[in-house]
Design a protein around this ligand. Structure first.
Ligand code: GLV
Length: 324
């Protein structure tokens, strides 16, 4: 009998076709957002599930779905997985690293530039018909070239942003990370390791690229924002919950920092109402990896993990390999 898998969200038809060559596939092309109870009902009798970052897999789901062997996330982040509970239940988790690194770094840089140069704020002004004449101080922002770029979380995407800043824009790059990079990687990124406090105090532009966990919850809150320069910008392409969005909205309103660019939000797709009322923030709907080739590559990697594990016991990017 062929293994049964569930594709929990709408996905590229070619990826469904590929999976259907090996599995009995139940898909969700109507993209219904299932409640946890509905997800558990859909998972009955399934050996594998193709998830995106929005489906929570925890002890309750696992207990209710004893046939499940693998959850393949089409995302590099996997804070929707309770990995400890998955390991305890003998369920493998996989994610989709590497294939999105450069695309996401491109976007981080785009959001940084849009934020520093007030792109959306000035476009709203133009669209509203308010552009009557040139003025010397109209939408003056901050320079990118030659500025100090701070990066919190120096994994593959952080390193991609560092390389863009250092090599493309002559920025001075500083970073803070759980562990310091080796000397060769630091040299490649032209990045210097500093304490979190120094990072906050000295960065002209601070980009967040760290994974979400209990220990990174509100890593940037009121106290951290207060340490930043009043001219500084903050970009979050990591995860909602790393920034205290209410505290950030207050800092933006009071101009204790100059501007922010946010692709991720606490409790998204809801956005803190105060962020919607401040002008000095660029807001995008969690699209950092959203190019067609990259989203395709992520979907194929998730599919290949299902095929690799359920057919050959060889997943490509396992998160809890002890299960193997
Ligand atoms: C996107 O946020 C991802 O984790 O891939």
């Amino acid at each position: 009998m062929r293994p049964r898998i569930l594709i929990a969200r709408a996905i590229f038809p070619e990826v469904i076709d590929k999976l259907a060559q090996h599995f009995d596939v139940t898909s969700n092309q109507d993209d219904v957002l299932w409640t946890p109870v509905q997800l558990m009902a859909q998972l009955q009798g399934m050996q594998g599930v193709f998830t995106t970052g929005s489906e929570r897999i925890d002890a309750t789901v696992l207990a209710a779905c004893p046939t499940l062997k693998i959850c393949a996330n089409m995302a590099v982040g996997y804070n929707n997985f309770d990995l400890e509970a998955m390991s305890a239940a003998g369920v493998l988790g996989t994610n989709a690293p590497d294939v999105l690194t450069e695309t996401t770094a491109d976007f981080g840089f785009a959001l940084l530039m849009a934020t520093a140069r007030r792109l959306t704020e000035s476009e709203h002004f133009l669209r509203a018909g308010l552009w009557a004449r040139w003025r010397y101080d109209m939408f003056t922002g901050a320079d990118i070239h030659g500025a100090t770029l701070g990066i919190l979380g120096m994994g593959r995407i952080g390193q991609g942003i560092a390389r863009r800043g250092a090599h493309g824009f002559g920025m001075k790059v500083i970073y803070h990370n759980r562990s310091r990079l080796d000397a060769a990687t630091e040299a490649q990124c032209q990045a210097s390791y500093v304490s979190k406090e120094e990072l906050l105090r000295t960065a002209d532009h601070l980009v967040l690229v760290l994974p979400y966990s209990a220990s990174s919850h509100h890593a940037i809150g009121a106290a951290e924002l207060a340490q930043m320069k009043p001219t500084a910008t903050l970009v979050n392409i990591a995860r909602g919950g790393i920034v205290d969005d209410a505290a950030l909205a207050a800092a933006l309103r009071n101009r204790t920092i100059a501007a922010a660019g946010l692709d991720v939000f606490e409790g998204e797709p809801r956005v803190h109402p105060d962020l919607l009322t401040v002008p000095n923030v660029v807001l995008t709907p969690h699209i950092a990896s959203a190019t067609v080739p990259t989203r395709l590559a992520m979907a194929h990697l998730a599919a290949d993990n299902l095929i690799g594990y359920l057919l050959h016991h060889k997943p490509l990017t396992p998160l809890n390999p002890a299960v193997l």
